[in-house]
Design a protein around this ligand. Structure first.
Ligand SMILES: [Zn+2]
Length: 119
């Protein structure tokens, strides 16, 4: 399985994960939080078991709203969003492709998920 490393802007949060398929595209979402973050997310939902966070959880803030299914993580130092546990599959994660060393999200084809209406 392909493996990737990522980190927030300041480096206080770093993580590693494996995917089923190589990252060859990204997703943007129209929901109220994603439209504000503006991040390109992984298309793939990553199993919790395949996402390793390298630092203690104290460096991670977590934000929830609405039905509080999704967990939106952020670095407490630089504020960057590294990954979140999804609303539809709470034990699976999407990651911020902008945090991944080998990936240039602006070079990838974009899929838009209509979270505004479908979540
Ligand atoms: Zn940071």
């Amino acid at each position: 399985m392909p493996s990737y490393k990522g980190h927030c802007h300041c480096g206080e949060v770093s993580f590693e994960f494996t995917t089923e398929q190589p990252i060859d595209g990204g997703t943007r979402c129209t929901c109220s939080i994603c439209v504000r973050k503006g991040a390109m997310m992984s298309n793939e939902f990553i199993d919790e078991a395949n996402l390793k966070v390298n630092q203690p959880k104290e460096n991670l803030g977590m934000y929830q709203f609405g039905d509080k299914k999704a967990k939106h993580y952020f670095c407490k130092t630089c504020g960057i969003y590294p990954f979140h546990a999804t609303a539809r599959f709470p034990d699976k994660y999407r990651v911020n492709l902008g945090c991944i060393d080998e990936v240039d999200p602006l070079e990838l084809p974009v899929t838009v998920f209509d979270g505004k209406n479908l979540l």
